[in-house]
Ligand binder design. Structure first.
Ligand code: NAD
Length: 516
């Protein structure tokens, strides 16, 4: 049979990628001085044919894609190759002002007057369209962010749809969420989000805001704007009234213009603690409401009676499967002293099996670091950990020649005073230390400026409850990690932020709730 040009090209590209992937595979994985089992996976590349990326991506204001008044565009890079994917518009103060004015008009004339049932219908429609275009969204997210397709396909996009479904259900039942109290939307909400879960963070922000009757101006992170703009197309297809959601792309200056705009009623920010503090200062003294979802340095506590193989997978899932790019990544590992040595040996063997490489390959465990700047930051912090005297382990797997990649690694025998125990690294880097008593574990886990999440591993329920009750973390997972559900509130203590997203608590962040 004659092969068409397209099929011939596909074969050629699969062959090329086989060569690459065999490099990523643990050809002779060496861990703890012993050879681990050698196995290789045939490549299983997700096709990018489904995604059409515009060369120049404009702002989404008033239900249309519009040129920025600045006329300026900046590149967005595929971190797995280092190559330019497209250009994205840079919104200036004028563009932000137009977006806010448009959102205000849509709030006053349409959205705040609409019944909850009607708003819910739009949200259900959006959720179903997200499901219909799930593959396209997942592939685009992986291309722009660098995360493995397995994560964008199986975790991010299903959760994005789930958030719209969940909040669609609330839209006409808000009075039951706050019985005996009067509720009203806040008005126009300015939302600024990070690059680690671009689409999911957009859904976490937009779905509750709309369900509660607010209109939105959203600013995605500058390295990952594309999936939010695809979501804008879905809003158009869902017939969402013009101006109800507006998307302004750009970097920190665009975010600052939005946060400082005088006609915003609420700011919702997810990102670094550093920028969160700047925003808190900017909003202080104004009437704007504020929620902040910030960084983390979350700890796993593993007791000797835990199911250790299961706990090991929880640790791997918590820090490595997502390049450590999760705010609640389990980046500190506290091991009961009696099991510490064995567990560390198991960890060495297991991370030597992880596949680092092309994020579009369905076998890939660890994809690309989102940007060159992030990769450099991770490298500096690893060097600092070595300088401070941590025992470093990294498997000898090969990395792709192009793009931004970091091997999974960990430091053992670190104390709470080490920089890498305190600072959010946001990469696949784990800090391991030990404890003797449950009380010591709690003290060590709480010894951080953050307080986003924690994981407790034990077969004794009473022990888990006792320890969990003493942990200063917004979420505590028991014998599992990184499990999300739109009905469960998420948020942090201390420098991890203010307020909650998700569940009934998340609704109250988008409503004015008063006693009758
Ligand atoms: P970042 O703070 O650098 O940027 C976040 C967003 O803020 C981006 O859109 C950026 O353009 C914008 N921004 C930058 N300066 C600004 C300013 N002065 N005013 C207004 N906006 C500004 O964070 P990042 O590197 O994109 O994301 C990683 C961080 O996000 C990590 O610290 C991570 O823990 C955190 N995060 C937290 C959660 C959570 O739910 N707690 C979830 C995801 C990510």
């Amino acid at each position: 049979m004659k092969m068409t040009n397209k099929r011939a090209q596909k074969r050629a590209s699969a062959k090329a990628s086989t060569t690459n992937v065999s490099k990523f595979a643990p050809a002779k994985a060496v861990a703890g001085g012993k050879s681990a089992v050698k196995f290789e996976y045939a490549p299983s590349l997700e096709s990018t044919d489904i995604v059409q990326i515009e060369k120049r991506n404009r702002l989404f204001i008033g239900g249309k894609f519009v040129e920025p008044t600045s006329g300026r565009y900046f590149p967005t890079i595929n971190p797995a190759t280092g190559e330019r994917l497209a250009e994205v518009a840079e919104a200036n103060e004028k563009d932000v002002d137009l977006a806010v004015k448009t959102a205000r008009q849509a709030y006053e004339q349409i959205w705040s007057k609409m019944s909850g049932k009607e708003r819910g219908r739009y949200l259900f429609r959006i959720a179903r369209l997200i499901q219909e275009r799930a593959r396209e969204l997942a592939v685009l997210e992986t291309m722009d962010n660098g995360k493995p397709i397995r994560e964008s396909r199986d975790i991010d996009v299903p959760l994005v749809a789930a958030h719209f479904f969940y909040h669609a259900g609330w839209a006409d039942k808000l009075e039951y969420a706050f019985p005996g109290q009067s509720i009203a939307p806040l008005g126009v909400v300015g939302q600024v989000i990070p690059w680690n879960f671009p689409l999911l963070m957009a859904a976490w922000k937009i779905a509750p805001a709309l369900a509660c009757g607010n209109t939105v101006v959203l600013k995605p992170a500058e390295t990952t704007s594309l999936s939010a703009l695809l979501l804008a197309q879905i809003f158009q297809d869902a017939g969402l009234p013009e101006g109800v959601v507006n998307i302004v792309t750009g970097a920190g200056a665009t975010g600052a213009a939005l946060v400082n705009h005088p006609d915003i009623n609420k700011v919702a920010f997810t990102g670094s603690t550093e920028v969160g503090k700047i925003i808190a200062r900017a909003v202080a003294g104004t009437k704007k409401r504020l929620t902040l979802e910030l960084g983390g340095k979350s700890a796993h506590i593993i007791f000797e009676d835990a199911a250790l193989d299961q706990a090991l997978e929880g640790v791997i899932n918590g820090i490595y499967f997502n390049q450590g790019h999760v705010c609640c990544a389990g980046s500190r590992l506290l091991l009961e002293e009696s099991i510490a040595n064995d567990f560390v040996e198991k960890l060495k063997k297991r991370i030597a099996q992880l596949r680092v490489g092309n994020p579009l390959d369905k076998n890939t465990d660890i994809g690309a670091i989102n940007s060159e700047a992030e990769l450099k930051k991770i490298g500096k912090l690893i060097q600092l950990g070595k300088d401070e005297g941590g025992e470093f382990f990294e498997p000898k797997c090969a990395l792709p020649e192009k793009g931004y990649f970091q091997r999974p690694c960990f430091f053992s025998n670190v104390s709470s005073s080490f920089t890498l125990s305190r600072v959010e690294i946001f990469g696949p880097v784990l800090a391991v230390s030990t404890f003797r008593t449950a009380q010591e574990a709690v003290v060590k886990a709480n010894d951080t400026p953050y307080g986003l999440a924690a994981g407790v591993w034990s077969e004794k329920g009473a022990k888990i409850h006792k320890v969990a009750g003493q942990l200063k973390a917004g979420v505590v997972w028991a014998n599992t990690y990184n499990k999300f559900d739109p009905s469960a509130p998420f948020g942090g203590y201390n420098e991890s932020g203010w307020g909650r997203e998700g569940g009934r608590h998340g609704l109250s962040a988008y409503l004015d709730v008063r006693g009758k």
